[in-house]
Design a protein around this ligand. Structure first.
Ligand SMILES: NC(=O)c1ccc[n+]([C@@H]2O[C@H](COP(=O)([O-])OP(=O)(O)OC[C@H]3O[C@@H](n4cnc5c(N)ncnc54)[C@H](OP(=O)(O)O)[C@@H]3O)[C@@H](O)[C@H]2O)c1
Length: 276
């Protein structure tokens, strides 16, 4: 029986990614034993190589799961089902899954994890604020063009540091098993309003270009291939229909404080040199 976190090993899948790196760092800072897992780690974890999963998870007690490319992608359900089987067999006793807010495909994966027999918690996040500074949309800082198929919909963008704090709390504290938390920031902004804010903070002209779905698909396909283009276009079509406009209170529920907002996080990134 577990009486303390001291002798536990925390596995982090996607430990070089935006949330995984922060979760692993917070666990490290808390004095916990962390196994960072990604394609370049030892042991290696590769979603494309299920035969290596047991070796990667052996000895892990509590597991944070981030799936790429996305829980709504074809094959995600199969991969998550298999991962949970391996996790059960290797002795994982708690799991936390990062999910995408408002995605039907992701909901199916959440059910797989919650029904796996391993005590589990779902952290369902809105769009990351850090997509603008260290993610898919950070190119806008250089090009001056923030182009995405989001029309004038409002999104309650969430701080990845808040997500990491929630995940770390849920992994280390008891009482979150079987729960599903929706994490967003405190306010909803359009992408146009984010572009205005980026302009104000950086002093460079950054404008929002709302793309049509076909135009967006063609642009992504050129950069990242047709599969990724179809996945991202369908995600935009799904989550930018207004369903996610209202902020949720998962950060408050778990951390007992307000989440950070877009201006605050972007201003912090500017100070830290990540809005260069
Ligand atoms: N971005 C958002 O706004 C948002 C919002 C809600 C939910 N999410 C969810 O967050 C998850 C991660 O998204 P992200 O954009 O934040 O990712 P990210 O920061 O780009 O990180 C991706 C991570 O996955 C690893 N990875 C890539 N390919 C892999 C493979 N074949 N096998 C194992 N690991 C692999 C990467 O490590 P290596 O390259 O080092 O292997 C990296 O650690 C997705 O499930 C997404 O749906 C994202």
């Amino acid at each position: 029986m577990e009486t303390t976190n001291e002798h536990l090993t925390f596995g982090v899948i996607g430990a070089t990614g935006k949330t995984g790196r922060r979760v692993a760092d917070l666990l490290d800072a808390g004095g916990h034993t962390v196994r960072r897992l990604a394609r370049g780690t030892v042991p290696r974890f590769d979603w494309e190589q299920p035969d290596g999963w047991a070796q990667a998870l052996r000895g892990v007690d509590r597991l944070y799961i981030t799936y790429v490319p996305d829980l709504a992608a074809p094959g995600a359900g199969t991969a998550i089902t298999r991962l949970m089987e391996v996790a059960r067999d290797t002795g994982v006793r708690r799991a936390v899954l990062l999910s995408g807010r408002g995605e039907e495909g992701a909901r199916r994966c959440e059910e797989i994890v919650l029904g796996s027999g391993i005590p589990a918690t779902i952290v369902s996040a809105g769009w990351f604020i850090q997509n603008f500074t260290e993610g898919a949309l950070s190119g806008a800082l250089e090009s001056g063009v923030l182009a995405i198929a989001a029309a004038q919909v409002r999104e309650p963008f969430v701080d990845v540091d808040d997500i990491a704090a929630v995940v770390t709390t849920v992994l280390t504290d008891d009482g979150h098993e079987g729960r599903r938390y929706e994490l967003t920031g405190p306010e909803s902004l359009t992408f146009g309003e984010v572009a205005t804010l980026l302009t104000e903070l950086t002093g460079r002209d950054i404008r929002y270009v709302p793309m049509g779905f076909e135009e967006f698909h063609a642009a992504v396909a050129e950069e990242a291939g047709p599969e990724t283009a179809t996945l991202l276009t369908e995600l935009c079509r799904e989550v930018f229909d207004g369903r996610n406009e209202t902020p949720a209170d998962g950060v408050q529920q778990v951390l007992g404080r307000e989440p950070r907002g877009v201006r605050d996080v972007l201003a912090g990134a500017l100070t830290a040199g990540r809005l260069a």
